[in-house]
Design a protein around this ligand. Sequence first.
Ligand code: PNS
Length: 159
Amino acid sequence: MRIAIYPGSFDPPTYGHLDVVERATTLFDKVIVAVGENSSKSGFLSVGERLKALSACTTHLTTVEIASFDGLLVEYCRRREAKFIIRGLRAVTDFDTEFQMSITNRQLAPDIDTVLLMTKWEFGFISSTLVREVARLGGDLRTFVPAPVLPIIERALQG
Ligand code: PNS
């Protein structure tokens, strides 16, 4: 069984993330989308809201599990018996960070490989950072995040 973990902040999940998850399901038997709880980035959605949002937009993908983790990613991979880490690449600007992360993870766990998947070009410009800014300023998010994520963002903005 080829198990892959797609880790991230997913704050909030975007169409770009969903595209990567969908692509990954064609390559692996099981894909665990894992929200990093100790990400240094400040939370817009709570981890619980992110899990709910990810679950709501992946109901059509039967081989996907939504989970969260804290601590080292490679330790979580070992616990889940995953030999692959998936990350999405939007543009060449992502490459440097992803390269550093994958080399660091390989150093920590030589038996776990990182697989970089290119997003569809039309999602190449979407970032959670910009989505958060548009959300806070009351902009229309419908072209950035899957429909089930919208009410979760709206509730978070009100609360
Ligand atoms: O969506 P993001 O913010 O780029 O995701 C970053 C994440 C959560 C994948 C990264 O911060 C992570 O792997 N955190 C776990 C801690 C860890 O293992 N750090 C060393 C790996 S480079």
